[in-house]
Write a protein that binds this ligand. Structure first.
Ligand SMILES: [Fe+2]
Ligand SMILES: [Fe+2]
Length: 193
């Protein structure tokens, strides 16, 4: 019970940090379009990107704490949130998506560069996240981190291991709160006699 509570607090802090750093992307109508497409299993591309941002942040915290390696966490989160911003259903055949695994980082970068203001680290994260499947060596440590987090999340989602549902819930809750469209249903109350 105590361990579960401690884990929830960590996840709560993570979600808060993730939302603060990725706010401008998360709240944009463009990023919300990723909710329409499925990534692995029953996970949407949006959920996958939030999960990758979560694990990227966790790796960054660990590297900073254990080895005092400095990480640009703002770029890390923003790059992770947009790393699969390719905006099509890759499961549908006949759309020239046969080589999705190799081509989607380039498509995601093109779309993200069109819709958001990206720095060099964020661009590198997006276009090189499939390394080593695509032979372009990441130029920044942030890109290595996202590439690693992406592989873990893809594995977890494919085998239906729940590692991100709480953070996805928190992020969606924060979106609803910010947009002011969240109403709490308290259910029916019965007046005491
Ligand atoms: Fe990808
Ligand atoms: Fe991915």
């Amino acid at each position: 019970m105590a361990l579960h509570f401690a884990k929830r607090i960590t996840e709560y802090r993570l979600a808060k940090d993730l939302f603060t750093r990725g706010k401008s992307i998360i709240l944009s109508p463009e990023a919300q379009v990723m909710k329409r497409f499925t990534q692995h299993g029953e996970t949407t591309v949006f959920e996958h990107c939030v999960a990758v941002a979560k694990y990227s942040l966790l790796i960054a915290y660990s590297l900073e704490k254990l080895f005092r390696i400095e990480i640009d966490k703002d770029s890390l989160v923003r790059g992770a949130l947009l790393h699969d911003y390719f905006l099509y259903d890759w499961h549908e055949k006949g759309q020239g998506r046969r080589f999705h695994g190799f081509t989607h980082p380039g498509v995601a970068l093109k779309n993200a560069d069109r819709d958001f203001d990206l720095n060099e680290i964020e661009k590198d994260i997006i276009v090189k996240h499939m390394f080593p499947l695509t032979p372009f060596l990441p130029s920044h440590r942030e890109s290595f981190i996202v590439s690693l987090a992406d592989k873990w999340c893809a594995l977890a989602e494919t085998f239906k291991i729940d590692v991100s549902s709480y953070i996805i819930y928190r992020v969606n809750f924060s979106i609803a709160l910010t947009n002011g469209d969240y109403s709490i249903d308290y259910g029916e109350t019965v007046a005491e006699a």
